[in-house]
Design a protein around this ligand. Structure first.
Ligand code: TYD
Ligand code: MG
Length: 468
């Protein structure tokens, strides 16, 4: 039998070189053929034709460079110290030469400040830097560097609105690191695509990736994200770059966190914490800011993982009576998990939260999405409902199943170490958990009712009732 593919002799297929591609304006999906509906995000009428980067730069032919796969030097890629140890850790041991890092965050979070401090710290550590800005003038950036007292002597500046100017400036000054602030303000006037549109942002990113690879310059791209966390040019840039760092925080508290997402050269999920103050961003250990002193009804300590480290973070709950449909509102927690934990508690512990208004929050304005924070959420909820504070010095770890069983959690060693560092003396944890650390006791529990018994039998573990 002949398959449809075999019916046409290969020799008769004419191979043509493509110089156009089709890019979805909604999600940046790239295809070789036009379609009315994007197969990736499903948007209609968003797919537009654009020239491929090679055609745009006038390279119609191309040189074949084919080499054996093996026989290359397998040594780790060369890494540059950023001068900021926490950032080095997030990047997997420093900034890889010739890599492209996207620093994504909402406007006003501190991207320009971080890039400036980053380049200055690298310059002080011996790596020259070029900052191109399409958002601020040399006077503004220079003024900020002086005000912050940065060692920015080895940092150069160039205006950063025109792609070809940016590429030329980088080739002429040949820095170890090029920072582009921001990728959304860089324009390619030759591309024939809409300024600020996804295709344009993606095309400029491609050109900067090529610069990084051919000139061995590490490139840092600041990228604005919308309130919903979308990059303007949604997701499109993440495919093109080597590392994605997300920059988040609570603008009111000054607490900022840079988390490693996609990373071709290191582990994901590592986090670097900073405090934004009058002198810019200072590295901090967040533990002190993420919990309150003493014990309070409605507050319980969780130990979520952030990369290979764990943090001691206070989870808070409020249970109130309400007329009408009961509200469920969370800040920094996942609403679906919060509601599920509340429903399991109703069943397992007889708490009547079904008719109550429930609120949940995380101290410090950070986000906790580790499922092993379930037990701390449950502890905060049951504590708020009974007005009995958790035992003094306790932390809680474990994902809760719909049956109320507590599932094992990964990274118990790091979590217990974080608990001890935060001054905890006991960790309520899944039944297979143990520790060799002195000064902290693991209270094993298989079911949520077992782990939260202190709320119902105050005599047992000396809970702290709120003075009435
Ligand atoms: P910026 O780096 O301009 O943010 P982005 O580039 O992400 O838009 O930082 C803006 C905010 O940071 C602004 O609200 C002022 C604050 N900030 C300080 O509090 N202290 C400082 O030393 C600096 C430089 C900025
Ligand atoms: Mg900025």
């Amino acid at each position: 039998m002949t398959s449809p593919c075999q019916s046409r002799p290969l020799a008769s297929v004419k191979v043509t070189k493509r110089s156009v591609r089709f890019v979805c304006g909604g999600c940046g999906h790239v295809a070789s053929q036009w379609a009315g509906r994007c197969p990736d995000c499903g948007a209609w009428g968003e797919i537009r034709e654009e020239q491929t980067p090679f055609a745009a730069s006038g390279r119609s032919g191309g040189r074949a460079v084919v080499q054996p796969l093996l026989g290359v030097n397998h040594a780790d890629p060369a890494r540059l110290a950023t001068g900021m140890p926490d950032l080095d850790r997030v990047l997997g041991g420093g900034l890889v030469a010739g890599s492209v890092v996207l620093l994504a965050g909402p406007p006003g979070i501190g991207k320009s400040t971080l890039l400036l401090q980053w380049l200055s710290a690298m310059a002080a550590a011996g790596s020259s830097g070029l900052l191109v800005s399409g958002e601020e003038s040399r006077a503004q950036v220079g003024g900020r560097a002086s005000r912050l007292g940065l060692a920015a002597d080895a940092v150069s500046f160039a205006p950063g609105r025109d792609l070809h100017d940016v590429l030329a400036s980088a080739r002429v000054s040949n820095p170890a690191v090029l920072a582009v602030d921001s990728i959304q303000t860089v324009r390619d006037t030759d591309a024939g695509t809409q300024h600020g549109g996804v295709a344009q942002v993606r095309g400029c990113t491609d050109a900067l990736v090529e610069l990084a690879k051919t000139e061995d310059i590490a490139v840092l791209l600041a990228g604005h994200v919308t309130k919903d966390g979308d990059l303007a040019g949604p997701r499109a840039l993440e495919h093109a770059v080597d590392v994605v760092l997300t920059f988040e925080g609570d603008p009111r508290s000054g607490l900022r966190v840079v988390t490693g997402g996609k990373n071709r050269f290191g582990t994901e999920g590592e986090a670097a914490w900073f405090q934004m103050g009058a002198n810019g961003l200072s590295p901090i250990d967040p533990s002190e800011l993420l919990r309150s002193k003493g014990v309070h009804p409605g507050a319980a300590l969780a130990l979520p993982l952030a990369g290979r480290r764990a943090l001691a973070v206070e989870v808070q709950a409020l249970v109130g009576a309400g007329d009408g449909p009961p509200r469920r509102q969370v800040t920094g927690l996942e609403l679906r998990r919060f509601q599920q934990v509340a429903a399991v508690l109703d069943r397992a512990m007889g708490t009547p939260s079904g008719r109550c208004e429930l609120f949940g929050a995380v101290a410090g304005g950070i986000k906790v999405d580790d499922p092993a924070a379930d037990l701390a959420i449950a502890a905060a909820l049951v504590s708020a409902a009974t007005d009995v504070a958790p035992p003094d010095g306790a932390a809680f770890v474990g994902e809760i199943a719909l049956t109320g069983q507590i599932r094992p959690a990964p990274g118990m060693e790091q979590r217990i170490a974080a608990a001890r560092a935060a001054g905890c003396t006991s960790v309520y944890a899944p039944s297979d958990s143990t520790t060799a650390l002195t000064g902290v006791r693991v209270v094993q529990a298989t079911h949520v009712a077992e782990a939260l018994g202190w709320a119902l039998s105050p005599a047992g573990t000396a809970p702290h009732r709120r003075a009435s």
